[in-house]
Write a protein that binds this ligand. Structure first.
Ligand SMILES: Cc1cc2nc3c(=O)[nH]c(=O)nc-3n(C[C@H](O)[C@H](O)[C@H](O)COP(=O)(O)OP(=O)(O)OC[C@H]3O[C@@H](n4cnc5c(N)ncnc54)[C@H](O)[C@@H]3O)c2cc1C
Length: 487
């Protein structure tokens, strides 16, 4: 337990992937860390991504070679650290002659294969698509990237941060920040009596990064701007069989992904729309629904429309504003801004990708070390995230072992739990208690999520710790509500 009067080395505002990744890195470096999140961990952008750990094939067109190389390298680093929540995925790129000439695609894929190096992921190749998708698209290419459970990546980083001594507080909205007696004082939930104190402040508030700066009068003429770009996804019952994804080129030059989702569904996204509304209230609009439906309808016989959508989600990319023209061309690379206010340092994070969060955290840690005059080590590239011990090469073998060991339980549930908790799944299985009537979740798992993963509401459990919201009906939740007094 900690006291509110404790002075932390660092307070981090924001429990998205960047805040959680930074907390893990610097707590592992021995600093005392407090992370404050206004809602749930991964409540905002970090659970609304396309869920790819990827180099970003399309960024090659914008000559972002540095970013693509850094991201490509991270794919296998992260796959090895968390093979339970990250897995390789095949992507099929149908050739659309009117969009990009074949030589350009070949050159792009050649760079993609070679820029970052590969050990586990395969090389791209040409394939015949006859019979796979609509007749006119007869050939294409296949390449590999990785898929990630984005929200769980945040949670696992937070758990590791806690295991390294960090204090994580959810439902803690930073409402006022002052600099007093050489310390930052951060007040939460409008309680202006007593705040949390630290020597250094990290602003990882994602789309709210400028709000933290502006609302507390911390800006100066050099403070970067953030460019908010909304992206939405729709989920429909599976429109094709197979566990590979498609990347479809669109007439506006963009690409839209169709990705297998939770076995029974296809996830389709994303859009790229300049956003100027209230970030707390982001949702998909009719234009995006039409855009995403027609983006895939061109390629499949099975047509989708609004009626088929079972779920959707939207997020806002908090991009570093490099003053480029359209929303798709703004850089996806991150920018770390260090500034001083009354002799106190604040480090603000702009932009970035889920894929590069670990590198970003390493760079922030370096700045923290410089600011606090401490030597920081780079330790996260070889330290598995909780549950991922053993690495990628041993993962499938371990999964099979556990599924065989508990063969009297539902294989679907076992597989889901293994892909969420990795090596921690067995502990939950052993203490599982009763299976709820929905047949999808045990009492022990709910208990585990509340005790170990900061779950405070049903939404936290159904949409971020798991994706069971897709499968469990409202009236099937009564027992859980009663047992845990959770809503
Ligand atoms: C549609 C879309 C698709 C994407 N797809 C990919 C992809 O496939 N691969 C990839 O690598 N990247 C992808 N990205 C980018 C990636 O999702 C983001 O870069 C990343 O999630 C940003 O993380 P963050 O921690 O900076 O922000 P967030 O996840 O938004 O976290 C910021 C947190 O700060 C909290 N906060 C804000 N204000 C306060 C306050 N006052 N007090 C306390 N807490 C506060 C918020 O509640 C929030 O949880 C995508 C983004 C979008 C929008």
């Amino acid at each position: 337990m900690f006291k509110k009067s404790e002075i932390f080395d660092v307070i981090i505002i924001g429990g998205g992937i960047n805040g959680a990744g930074i907390a893990r890195d610097i707590a592992g470096n021995g600093l005392s860390v407090l992370l404050l999140e206004k809602d749930d961990l991964a409540q905002a952008t970090s659970s609304a991504s396309t869920k790819l750990i990827h180099g970003g094939l399309r960024y090659l067109e914008y000559f972002e070679f540095g970013l693509v190389r850094k991201a490509l390298k991270e794919r296998e680093v992260l796959l090895n650290l968390a093979p339970h929540i990250i897995r390789p995925m095949d992507f099929i790129l149908p050739h659309v002659p009117s969009m990009r000439p074949e030589w350009m695609i070949r050159m792009g894929l050649f760079l993609y294969d070679n820029l970052g190096g590969r050990k586990y992921l395969g090389k791209s190749r040409k394939i015949n698509l006859s019979g796979e998708i609509k007749g006119e698209y007869k050939k294409g290419y296949i390449y590999q990237d990785c898929w990630v459970d984005d929200a769980r990546l945040v949670i696992l980083n937070a758990v590791d941060a806690k295991n390294n001594g960090a204090v994580i507080k959810v439902r803690s909205n930073c409402t006022n920040i002052i600099a007093k007696e050489n310390l930052w004082e951060v007040f939460v939930n409008n309680d202006d009596e007593c705040g949390y104190k630290s020597r250094l402040l990290i602003n990882a508030a994602g789309p709210w990064v400028r709000d933290i700066i502006d609302d507390n009068n911390l800006s100066d003429k050099n403070t970067p701007k953030v460019r908010l770009v909304k992206g939405s996804h729709i989920i429909v019952p599976a429109i094709y069989e197979g566990d590979y994804s498609y990347i479809f080129q669109q007439e506006d030059g963009r690409v839209v992904f169709a990705i297998p989702y939770e076995k029974e569904f296809t996830m389709i996204g994303t859009t790229d729309i300049e956003f100027s509304g209230n970030v707390d209230d982001v949702s998909i609009d009719e234009f995006e629904i039409d855009y995403l439906c027609s983006a895939v309808n061109k390629f499949f016989d099975e047509q989708i429309d609004k009626e088929k959508i079972v779920h959707n989600f939207s997020g806002v990319r908090p991009l570093f504003d490099d003053e480029k023209g359209d929303a798709s061309s703004v850089t996806r690379d991150y920018h770390i801004e260090c500034s001083d206010y009354k002799n106190l340092r604040i480090i603000s994070v702009f932009g970035g990708k889920i894929t590069t969060y670990r590198k970003l955290a390493e760079e922030v840690a370096e700045h923290v070390g410089d600011s606090l005059n401490m030597k920081m080590k780079k330790w996260t590239a070889n330290a598995p995230l909780t549950g991922g011990e053993g690495g990628y090469s041993k993962w499938n073998e371990y999964k099979k072992l556990i599924i065989d060991k508990y063969n009297y339980l539902s294989e679907d549930i076992l597989e889901r739990m293994l892909c969420q908790y990795g090596k921690n799944a067995e502990e939950i299985i052993k203490k599982r208690g009763k299976l709820y009537k929905c047949g999808k979740i045990y009492e022990g798992e709910v208990r585990y999520l509340i005790k170990n993963e900061w779950a405070r509401s049903l939404d936290d459990i159904l949409w971020r710790r798991t994706k069971l919201g897709l499968f469990i009906k409202e009236d099937e939740l009564e027992e859980i509500k009663k047992d845990f007094n959770i809503f």
